[in-house]
Ligand binder design. Structure first.
Ligand SMILES: *Cc1c(COP(=O)(O)O)cnc(C)c1O
Length: 506
C-alpha cells in the first residue's frame, strides 16, 4: 500500500494518519452510513446466490483474519471487502427466501429502519427519567399490540398490569417464573423453595427448563408432562390434574404452569381454557408462550388459538420471529406488574430520582434482568405504522397459504407423509422408509436432511416426535414467494429419489 502510486490510497493513508473516523461526526456518519446501506441493499439483491446454510468448517475464520486488532485505523472499504469475502461465506442466510429451518427471524425495511434509529439515538432507557419517550412509547406500542391481539384489558398499561419488551422469549419466561416464585415464597416462606413445582409439557421450549435452573427450582420438581400423537402433542389436562394431585399429596406446592401455543417442534397448541381452569383451581401462575404463533393471532380467524388468555397471568410472543420486527423484540404482558417489580427491583442511591420516588412512572429496569435497555419499541412502532394492520395480517395469511400448498405437495407424493396436522406455517413431514423399518426410516430422513441442506439451495431443520425423525419446513422468511416453496419441494423430491435409489440398490 505504501508503495502504491494510487493517489486515492495516499489520500486514504493521509486520512488514517489524521485518525480516520471520528466517533460520531455528522458528515462522516452520513457518508459512511449511506455506503453501509448500499452494501446491505446489495446483499439483499444477491441473497439467493449464497448457500442458505453456510458450508464452512469449524474454525474457518481463524485462518482468514489476523490474530490481533490493527494499531492504525483501516478504511470502511477494506472492512466491507472482508465482510464480502470472509464473513458472508460463514453466514447462514436467515433472510433468504429459501430459508425454511427452525422458525423464521424476520427482517423488514421498517424493522431495519427502527433498528437504525435506535442505534443512531443510542439511549439507555432503564428508568423513565433516562429517556421518557423510550418508556412511554414502549407502553403505548405494547397497548396497541395487545389490542391487536385482543388480549384482555388486564394486560394494558392503564390497569395494574402492562407490557414490556424483553430481548427473547427465554428472558420472558424467566422473569415471570421469578415473579411467581417470589409471590409464592412470600406467602409460604423462603425455606419452601424445595416444595415449588413447575408444570409444562415435554414439548415446551427448553427455555422453561433453563429458567427453572436459573430460578433455583429443584430439578426434581420440574414436570415436563408426556405428550403423544393422540393429542397432536398438546398437554393433556387430565394428566396434569393427576400429577398435581400426586404432588399435593406428597406435600409439594404446584405454583407455575406454562402452556404453549405453537410448540417449537410441531406447532402443537395446548388447550388453554381447560388448563386455565386447572391453574386457577390450584392457585398457580399461568403463563402462555406463543413465541412463534402469537403473530398469527392478529388475524381474527387465528385468534381462537389463544382463547383462554383471559385467564393467564402472563403472555409472550416474539415479534422478532414472524412479525417483521428485526431481532430482538419479545413483547411480554403481565396482569400484575407488582409481582414482577417485587422480584426484580433494587433501589440504589445513584438511580434515585423524583419521578421514580413519587411513583409516577414506569421504570422498566424493574421488569427485566439487566439494568440497561435499548429503545426497541421504535422498530415495533415503525413496523405497525409503516405496514399497517391489514398488510401484517396479509403477510401472515400468505405464509400460511404457502405452507398449506407445501403440505398439499407432500401429501400428493406417496413416498412421503405429513406427520402432524399443519396448524400455522410449519409442515412436519418425512420420507417413508421403503421397508417400513423405523430405524432405517430415521436414518433415511436424517440423510435426506443432510443431502438437501448440502445443496445450499434450501435450508430446513428437523425434530423427533415419538422417537420418529421428522423434517420441519417452516415458511415465514419475508422474501419467500410461491415459486420458492415449489422449488424447495423439487429439491426435496430430487434428493429423495437419489437416496431411495441407493437404499434400494443395497
Ligand atoms: C423460539 C421459541 C422460544 C425461544 O425464543 P427466544 O426468543 O429465542 O428465547 C420459546 N418458545 C417457543 C414456543 C419458541 O418457538
Amino acid at each position: 500500500m505504501i508503495q502504491s502510486s494510487c493517489l486515492f490510497c495516499f489520500g486514504l493513508l493521509a486520512k488514517c494518519r489524521e485518525g480516520g473516523l471520528k466517533p460520531m461526526d455528522a458528515e462522516q456518519l452520513r457518508e459512511n452510513a449511506h455506503r453501509m446501506v448500499d452494501f446491505i441493499a446489495d446483499y439483499y439483491k444477491s441473497i439467493e446466490s449464497f448457500p442458505v446454510l453456510s458450508q464452512v468448517e469449524p474454525g474457518y475464520l481463524h485462518e482468514l483474519l489476523p490474530d490481533a486488532a490493527p494499531d492504525r485505523p483501516e478504511s470502511l472499504q477494506q472492512v466491507l471487502e472482508d465482510v464480502q469475502a470472509k464473513i458472508l461465506p460463514g453466514m447462514t442466510h436467515w433472510q433468504s427466501p429459501n430459508y425454511f429451518a427452525y422458525y423464521p427471524s424476520n427482517s423488514s425495511i421498517a424493522g431495519f429502519m427502527g433498528e437504525m434509529l435506535s442505534a443512531g439515538l443510542n439511549i439507555v432507557g432503564f428508568s423513565w427519567i433516562t429517556s421518557p419517550a423510550a418508556t412511554e412509547l414502549e407502553m403505548i406500542v405494547l397497548d396497541w399490540l395487545a389490542k391487536l391481539l385482543n388480549l384482555p384489558d388486564d394486560f394494558l398499561s392503564t390497569g395494574p398490569g402492562g407490557g414490556v419488551i424483553q430481548g427473547t422469549a427465554s428472558e420472558a419466561v424467566l422473569v415471570v417464573l421469578l415473579a411467581a416464585r417470589d409471590k409464592f415464597l412470600s406467602r409460604i416462606g423462603k425455606s419452601s423453595l424445595d416444595k415449588l413445582v413447575v408444570y409444562s409439557s415435554d414439548q415446551t421450549h427448553s427455555s422453561m427448563q433453563k429458567a427453572c435452573q436459573i430460578a433455583g427450582i429443584y430439578p426434581e420438581n420440574c414436570r415436563a408432562l408426556k405428550t403423544d400423537a393422540s393429542t397432536n402433542y398438546a398437554l393433556s389436562p387430565d394428566l396434569l390434574n393427576e400429577v398435581i394431585s400426586q404432588d399435593i399429596s406428597t406435600g409439594l406446592v404446584p405454583f407455575f404452569l406454562c402452556a404453549t401455543v405453537g410448540t417449537t417442534s410441531s406447532t402443537a397448541v395446548d388447550p388453554l381454557p381447560t388448563l386455565a381452569t386447572v391453574a386457577k383451581r390450584n392457585g398457580m401462575w399461568f403463563h402462555i408462550d406463543a413465541a412463534y404463533a402469537g403473530s398469527a393471532c392478529i388475524c381474527p380467524e387465528y385468534r381462537p388459538y389463544i382463547d383462554g388468555v383471559e385467564d393467564a397471568d402472563s403472555f409472550n410472543m416474539n415479534a422478532h420471529k414472524w412479525f417483521l420486527t428485526n431481532f430482538d423484540c419479545s413483547p411480554l404482558w403481565i396482569k400484575d406488574r407488582n409481582a414482577l417489580i417485587q422480584a426484580l427491583s433494587t433501589n440504589p442511591e445513584y438511580l434515585k430520582n423524583k419521578a421514580s420516588q413519587a411513583n409516577m412512572v414506569v421504570d422498566y429496569r424493574d421488569w427485566q434482568i439487566p439494568l440497561g435497555r435499548r429503545f426497541r419499541s421504535l422498530k415495533l412502532w415503525m413496523v405497525l405504522r409503516l405496514y399497517g394492520v391489514q398488510n401484517l395480517q396479509q403477510y401472515i395469511r400468505n405464509h400460511i397459504e404457502l405452507a398449506r400448498q407445501f403440505e398439499g405437495l407432500v401429501s400428493n407424493d406417496p413416498r412421503f407423509e405429513v406427520v402432524t396436522p399443519r396448524v400455522f406455517s410449519l409442515v412436519c413431514f418425512r420420507l417413508l422408509s421403503p421397508d417400513n423399518d423405523g430405524d432405517k426410516g430415521n436414518k433415511l430422513n436424517c440423510d435426506l436432511l443432510d443431502a438437501v441442506n448440502s445443496t445450499g439451495k434450501i435450508f430446513i431443520s428437523h425434530t423427533v416426535l415419538s422417537g420418529m425423525y421428522i423434517l420441519r419446513f417452516a415458511v415465514g422468511a419475508p422474501l419467500t414467494e410461491e415459486r420458492h416453496v415449489h422449488e424447495a419441494w423439487k429439491v426435496l423430491q430430487d434428493e429423495a429419489s437419489k437416496l431411495l435409489a441407493t437404499v434400494q440398490n443395497n
